[in-house]
Design a protein around this ligand. Structure first.
Ligand code: SF4
Length: 168
């Protein structure tokens, strides 16, 4: 019986939770269900946002990086996402790894476009959910979907997950 858990951004498992009502099923990641328990997690739906919903982007501000509406800068989900991530830090200790959707303002792991107040892209950042988890779970193997596009990359991640599971 599979007992080792990997948390996965829900859209990568084919759940229609994206802002546009679509999903981003990832065939190689789905195959991991043969060996592991894949636990779907979508922070934006978890904080009560609907599907579809207004898209948000990361914006650098004097109070730090915030997740604000693309067409409505007054929409700001930063506090809710960070509070949810903080809440999940303890629960996710039961997982031996995490796979996150690249470029997402919540889930991205270093790949999410960061904008200034004039909507000019200034760089890349962690999404707010992923960034918080990186801080509170520094030893948890975490990877983006975009880094799992070959069988070798999957095998390397699986080895990290198994090592983590043995230590716990
Ligand atoms: S990237 Fe993250 S927040 Fe966006 S739909 Fe997928 S799981 Fe939800």
């Amino acid at each position: 019986m599979n007992t080792i858990r990997i948390a996965v951004s829900a859209c990568l498992l084919g759940e229609r939770v994206r802002y546009d009502g679509k999903e981003k099923r990832h065939a190689l990641i789905m195959q991991l269900a043969d060996e592991f328990v894949l636990q779907a997690i979508c922070p934006e739906v978890a904080i009560g946002l609907g599907t579809p919903r207004a898209p948000v982007q990361l914006v650098a501000s004097s109070t730090g990086i915030r997740a604000c509406g693309v067409s409505d800068p007054g929409l700001d989900i930063s506090e809710r996402i960070q509070a949810y991530a903080q809440m999940q830090c303890e629960a996710l200790q039961a997982c031996a790894g995490m796979i996150l959707k690249s470029r997402s303002p919540s889930c991205g792991l270093g790949s999410t476009p960061l904008f200034d107040s004039q909507s000019r892209q200034t760089g890349l950042s962690d999404g707010l959910f992923a960034g918080q988890l990186r801080k509170c779970l520094p030893d948890l193997p975490m990877v983006e979907d975009s880094a799992l596009n070959t069988n070798d990359a999957i095998a390397e991640f699986v080895a990290r997950v198994r090592r983590r599971a043995q230590r716990c």
